[in-house]
Design a protein around this ligand. Structure first.
Ligand code: HEM
Ligand code: NAG
Ligand code: NAG
Ligand code: NAG
Length: 440
């Protein structure tokens, strides 16, 4: 239970960001019913000058000034920001269908092949893919089928830590966690560990950034941030990767000639390719859809899981010294303080879970568009974290001096822009193995 709070802290704020860009297709007449908006609205850019690169923090700051429900004009896009459990519930549950679409930026359209699960409009395609994904990959069957993959990956991570502990070498924990989560989702989908970390990082980064051209119609054709080139580079990298994977699999399938070997668990790619070949399928699945879904799960499953684990680890190393910064103190006592015991019996968070029913804590969202990977993540993150902290202590390398930090309270908790709220500085540690742990 206590690890849930770890997830919560890193995502409590960022989860709202997913909903900030609600675009309720309001017409002019309805504007008079909109919630209040900050007075400093400029021509063309609207309120965009009030926002910094860490969007969730800017919005939090604005909400302390303008209340739990306020309106912003992001260029020509109208946004309503909801920041209390009550107002979140209004959007995510009571009026869910009116707000169920996600925003589509130029980057999202291109990099998801306009065919992903995560950004698809709510409709038949989304329903079909969602059901398929739950049945084959992310539901309880998929999670238990692939249990051995997760423990394999955890084991090799533990071995690495043990080895580095013996030689007193530095481990790039950020990188190793990303490798691990990348391998887990990759082996689940594709049966092998494909290296997609770099593309994934690039994609979650660019999805979380503002493209002026997306928000200001006047600049629709202008790309003065140079985003277009970055998108095309990422698209090319990913497309090459995924084409290689699919072609390789098609070769194998050709040789196999439709016969599956006995006892073989078909992975997600095989299942999808079966649909591609199936002329009679209720939903016509094409190659582009297969690519989009592979991209989807890589981006949705790698960074999220690794970064949650990293934040949790950082908080555990830092504890008990912590500087409260922001968030809503009316809901939680010292909300940014790392105090997992608040979720234990008789704590203020007793009986609150992360599955979208308690609107004061929504790390995985809520409603129909809630994260379908929640069960997988809630298996993977606590199990991994538990294994790590049971066997190892960590000496943390100071990113400024490159020396071991004397005071763990000094570990920074700075965030970098991006959809997955990553840390600015990578976590570099020298692990110290505890006695009689048996990691090796
Ligand atoms: C700690 C790990 C994770 C966190 C914190 C997280 C968080 C989220 C959040 C906040 C959303 C938006 C929900 C909403 O709009 O209501 C989401 C959507 C999604 N997540 Fe996750 N996620 C995690 C892991 C995963 C994993 C492991 C997968 C799959 C491999 C995954 C797949 C997805 C997909 C496909 C969507 C889009 C769903 C839709 O639009 O219908 N996530 N996630
Ligand atoms: C939010 O407000 C705090 C306190 O006034 C300030 O230190 C911080 O820089 C602000 N953050 C953003 C992103 O505006
Ligand atoms: C640690 O890993 C991250 C992520 O792969 C990488 O960007 C960074 O350069 C690495 N840092 C060091 C010091 O190796
Ligand atoms: C930004 O918008 C321009 C023009 O629509 C487009 O060419 C570019 O690819 C977009 N970049 C991002 C990151 O959305």
């Amino acid at each position: 239970m206590e690890f849930q709070v770890l997830l919560a802290f890193s995502f409590l704020l960022s989860v709202f960001v997913c909903y900030l860009l609600l675009r309720p297709h309001l017409n002019r007449r309805n504007h008079k019913y909109l919630p209040p908006s900050p007075p400093l609205k400029l021509p063309i850019i609207g309120h965009m000058h009030l926002l910094g690169p860490l969007l969730h923090q800017s919005l939090h700051n604005l909400s302390t000034k303008y209340g739990p429900l306020f309106t912003l004009n992001m260029g020509s896009v109208l946004c309503v920001i909801a920041s209390t459990p009550h107002s979140a519930k209004q959007f995510l549950q009571i009026n869910e269908l009116a707000f169920i679409r996600r925003i589509e930026t130029a980057a999202i359209k291109r990099l998801t092949y306009d065919s992903s699960l995560a950004f698809a409009p709510y409709g038949d395609y989304w329903r079909f893919i969602k059901k398929l994904s739950m049945n084959e990959l992310l539901g309880s069957r998929g999670i238990s089928n692939f249990q051995h993959l997760r423990s394999q990956e955890t084991q090799s991570f533990m071995k690495l830590l043990a080895k580095k502990a013996k030689t007193c070498e530095v481990v790039n924990v950020t990188e190793e966690l990303l490798k691990l989560t990348n391998n887990v989702i990759s082996k689940m989908m594709l049966g092998e560990a494909e290296e997609a970390r770099e593309v994934v990082r690039g994609v979650t980064e660019i999805f979380g950034e503002f493209n002026v051209s997306d928000f200001i119609w006047l600049f629709k054709k202008v790309d003065f941030q140079g985003f277009g080139k970055r998108i095309e580079d990422l698209f090319f990298k990913f497309d090459t990767l995924v084409e290689r994977i699919i072609c390789k699999r098609e070769e194998i399938r050709k040789k196999r000639n439709g016969e599956s070997r006995k006892g073989e668990i078909r992975d997600f790619l095989d299942i999808l390719l079966d649909y591609v070949e199936d002329e009679s399928s209720e939903m016509k699945i094409q190659r582009v859809h297969v690519k989009a879904l592979i991209m989807d799960f890589f981006t949705a499953g790698t960074d999220t899981t690794a970064i949650s684990t990293e934040w949790a680890l950082v908080e555990l190393i830092k504890k008990p010294i912590f500087t409260p910064k922001s968030s809503n103190p009316k809901l939680w006592k010292n909300p940014l303080e790392f105090r997992p015991e608040r979720f234990l019996k008789n704590g203020e968070g007793d009986s609150i879970d992360v599955r979208g029913q308690h609107f004061q804590l929504l790390p995985f969202g809520s409603g129909r568009r809630m994260c379908p990977g929640v069960s997988l993540a809630m298996q993977e993150v606590p199990a991994l974290l538990g294994a790590i902290i049971q066997c190892f202590d960590f000496k943390v390398v100071d990113h400024k001096t490159g020396m071991i930090l004397n005071d763990v309270g000094d570990i920074d908790v700075d965030e970098r822009p991006g959809l997955t709220a990553p840390r600015v500085n990578n976590l570099l540690c020298v692990p110290v193995e505890r006695t009689k742990c048996g990691a090796t």
